[in-house]
Write a protein that binds this ligand. Structure first.
Ligand SMILES: [Zn+2]
Length: 160
């Protein structure tokens, strides 16, 4: 219940264009609401939650993250699985080896062998996060807004 309240508060305060659900839906109801959001709003909400997680303010909820997957995310997951299977058969990766298969040109639909490279999973994740300048600056911007607003809320509570 606690996290539901928090999610609704975050949406109402920081993403007012997404109308948070009314009434007491419960956890599963909230997931259904999240799944039904348009892709653009899913991305907005997911970016905010990822940003708060990166800054250790809230922990990501796996079920909610999954509910916020867009059509593109599902396509990417399907492609990842296919490439994984193909590379496993070729003996280039093994289950649990911590390796990722990277698209050299950044296009996930270009799955020619020459466009795919086996890379270390941790470094791969980090490299993509770093190269994602837009996401990083959006997150920094959001965190400034978040901290300023939460300070204001705390101060007004102290006055009361
Ligand atoms: Zn990659």
């Amino acid at each position: 219940m606690h996290r539901l309240k928090r999610w609704k508060y975050l949406i109402r305060t920081y993403l007012p264009s997404i109308k948070p659900p009314h009434g007491n839906l419960g956890y599963d109801g909230f997931l259904a609401y999240a799944r039904a959001l348009p892709d653009r709003q899913k991305n907005m909400l997911r970016r905010m939650l990822a940003c708060l997680d990166m800054n250790n303010i809230i922990k990501q909820d796996n079920k909610l993250t999954y509910a916020l997957w867009t059509r593109r995310d599902r396509e990417a997951a399907r492609i990842r699985k296919q490439n994984r299977q193909r590379f496993t058969e070729l003996g280039l990766v093994r289950p649990g080896d911590g390796k990722h298969i990277h698209h050299l040109d950044g296009n996930i639909r270009n799955n020619r062998r020459s466009n795919l490279a086996v890379v270390d999973g941790v470094r791969h994740k980090r490299a993509h996060a770093r190269s994602n300048h837009v996401a990083n600056s959006t997150c920094a911007q959001f965190m400034r807004r978040y901290r300023a607003h939460e300070r204001k809320v705390r101060r007004s509570k102290l006055k009361r």
